[in-house]
Design a binder for this molecule. Structure first.
Ligand code: OAD
Length: 252
């Protein structure tokens, strides 16, 4: 099936589906100017995850880790949602049973106005107390950039703050996991712009398929999950989603 036929088929499925769940990864934000992790020029080509994205790295050198996150926070604030974010936001407005699970920590889905976003890996703009002091909430939003000093201090106990993202070796928040699991009970599941290499997110498409969802992958490259979907659209998210939305608009 060529890309255009696939786009028509996805538009048909969207028209007929009442419960739509989307999983996104870094590929949906590339058109906004945010690099992915594993592509050529991706973030993990310049930094090793174990140097900046593990509790051990933070314990070793919190200032260095915060400097990396501050650069990312500033870069993301300078970017804008792209057409992929906009189309997904429009679908979330139209369908009350639309849920979007994102591995992205950039907040661009929310800035595009998307409803029902499940932030699987946290947010660049959330923080938490590193010592998990009992006075503080688990995570809260603080989008100060730059902080007056690094690492920033916890307003509850005077200790230090950590970025509110999920690092390698850490568990996904149980409530987030519960909401994501519930979202897998759907008619249509789309996996968009993820390399499907990081678990447990990578397993979600398998579970959705096992639960009976029609599954779709949108990615210019094949991934380890590519044998699973009922429909594969080998194109860029911002192009494919724009085309699908165009087809939907012409039908109404
Ligand atoms: P990756 O960098 O692993 O994969 C990005 C995917 O996006 C690749 O499969 C690309 O082919 C695809 N891609 C690139 N441009 C695209 C475009 N315009 N449209 C659609 N797809 C495109 O990023 P993730 O899969 O999101 O976790 O990575 C998963 C997790 O690994 C991240 O959340 C992060 C990282 O380590 C943590 O930090 C915990």
């Amino acid at each position: 099936m060529n890309l255009e036929e696939g786009i028509q088929r996805l538009a048909e499925r969207l028209t007929g589906a009442s419960r739509v769940t989307v999983l996104t990864g870094a590929g949906v934000s590339t058109a906004s100017g945010i690099p992915t992790f594993r592509d050529a020029g991706g973030m993990w080509k310049n930094f090793r995850p174990e140097e900046v994205a593990t509790p051990e790295a933070f314990a070793r050198d919190p200032k260095f880790v915060w400097e990396w996150y501050e650069v990312r926070r500033q870069a993301v604030l300078d970017c804008r949602p792209n057409r992929a974010h906009e189309v997904l936001a429009a679908w979330s407005e139209r369908s009350p049973a639309f849920r979007l699970i994102t591995q992205n920590v950039d907040g661009l889905h929310e800035r595009a106005g998307t409803r029902n976003v499940i932030r699987f890996h946290g947010s660049l703009f959330d923080v938490g107390c590193w010592e998990e002091c009992p006075q503080s909430p688990h995570r809260w939003r603080d989008d100060t950039v730059p902080f007056p000093e690094l690492p920033p201090s916890c307003p509850y106990c005077g200790g230090i703050l950590r970025p509110g993202v999920v690092w390698f070796g850490e568990m996904i928040d149980p409530e987030v996991l519960r909401r994501a699991d519930a979202a897998l009970e759907c008619d249509l599941f789309l996996s968009i712009g993820t390399s499907s290499q990081v678990h447990p997110a990578a397993a979600l498409i398998h579970t959705a398929a096992a639960l009976g969802a029609f599954t779709v992958e949108i990615n210019p490259e094949a991934t380890p999950a590519s044998p699973v979907p009922d429909l594969s659209l080998a194109g860029k998210a911002e192009v494919v989603l724009d085309r699908v939305e165009d087809v939907l608009q012409r039908r109404t």
